[in-house]
Design a protein around this ligand. Structure first.
Ligand SMILES: C[S@@+](CC[C@H](N)C(=O)[O-])C[C@H]1O[C@@H](n2cnc3c(N)ncnc32)[C@H](O)[C@@H]1O
Length: 338
């Protein structure tokens, strides 16, 4: 058993990302907003490239918070070299300090003759205090852990080529991971704009192709990719006619925000999806479209309220952007062609 500890930005999308990236595990959700239980063996190192997972806690446990003594009695320790204990909170406070836990848990490892390196540990033992459900989880950390870890320095407006349409990196990364999961095939963004989706996909070393109709976007995206030091193919083309390769595994698309309130009525999107559907085999689609702010929901799926010909919609999420705008993330799989 492992515990997947989620970031607070959008727990519902983080759950979908965890299910796609840890597809060999049975993932269940308890009362906590941000702790998932995973049964089965997976490549937990994938947490390193995930947007919504702060870390996976392995060889540990999870229970209701009662007392420090109770927690210490449940944590199994053995001598470990060059380690650190890290404790952090989710969602408010339980009646204990994080430093007090770090000292007490560190003391238990110390009594087994473990050695510590707080600056550059080779193993980190994590303890999460989750006030949303009054729970505590612990285990060896795989993944970056809590904190921003460069998300702010990775803001889209730090890139050499920025436009207000540029997607937030954490949303783009989650979208790519949900669409491609553990599949190593080609990821396509048929309307790549400033390359937000391509950067996240290429950064995770996925094979990546972007297309845009606007030559300025193509030049700008190439500059962004070079700046980010990641590889992806970018071509100028019309997504409704471009000759996409047959073997793609994932399509992530954030189409232009037209006046049509219903994207299924947008000819550009319908024709692009039709083109992809006819030329390519089966793939997973993640579509990001604007929606009304009332649909934003950080914890639960929302109704897709959309039909896409040739696709089965499997989930939808509402993402707050600002007072008057939200985005809807639609996840779909291809239906067999007649
Ligand atoms: C909302 S923007 C994409 C933004 C992008 N996700 C980013 O992070 O920068 C939509 C893009 O679709 C492109 N586009 C519009 N019509 C197109 C077409 N027929 N084929 C390809 N790209 C098209 C526009 O030039 C624009 O760059």
């Amino acid at each position: 058993m492992a515990v997947i500890s989620l970031r607070g930005w959008h727990p519902a999308i983080a759950r979908a990302e965890a299910e796609a990236m840890f597809d060999q595990a049975l993932i269940t959700r308890g009362d906590s907003r941000r702790l998932l239980i995973a049964e089965g063996d997976c490549d937990w190192e994938k947490a390193e490239i995930m947007s919504g997972t702060e870390c996976v806690l392995t060889d540990g446990g999870i229970c209701d918070w009662t007392s420090l003594d109770d927690l210490l009695s449940q944590i199994k320790v053995e001598k470990t070299e060059n380690m650190a204990v890290v404790c952090w909170r989710h969602e408010g406070k339980l009646p204990i300090g994080t430093k007090e836990i770090e000292r007490a848990v560190g003391g238990k490892f110390h009594r087994e003759n473990s050695t510590f390196n707080l600056q550059n540990p080779s193993k980190r033992f994590g303890v999460v205090l989750d006030a949303s459900a009054g729970m505590v989880a612990w285990g060896w950390m795989v993944g970056q852990g809590p904190g921003k870890h460069g998300w702010s320095s990775m803001r889209a407006n730090n890139r050499p080529f920025f436009r207000p349409v540029s997607l937030e990196p954490r949303l783009a990364r989650a979208a790519v991971n949900i669409a491609a999961g553990t599949n190593e095939g080609l990821v396509v963004d048929p309307m790549c704009g400033t390359g937000g989706i391509l950067i996240e996909s290429g950064w995770a070393k996925r094979k990546t192709l972007g297309v845009d109709f606007d030559p300025e976007m193509v030049i700008g995206t190439k500059a962004n990719l070079e700046w980010a030091g990641v590889e992806a193919v970018v071509e100028r083309g019309d997504s409704t006619r471009y000759e996409f390769p047959a073997d793609i595994c994932a399509v992530v698309v954030d189409p232009p925000y037209g006046r049509n309130s219903q994207p299924s009525e947008s000819k550009l999107l319908v024709k692009t999806l039709e083109n992809l559907r006819v030329r390519c085999g089966d793939f997973k689609l993640v579509l990001i479209i604007p929606c009304s702010p009332e649909l934003a929901n950080l914890d639960e799926e929302i109704k897709p309220e959309l039909e896409l010909f040739g696709f089965e919609i499997i989930a939808a999420f509402g993402i707050p952007v600002h007072k008057s705008l939200a985005r809807k993330m639609i996840i779909a799989t291809t239906l067999p062609l007649d």
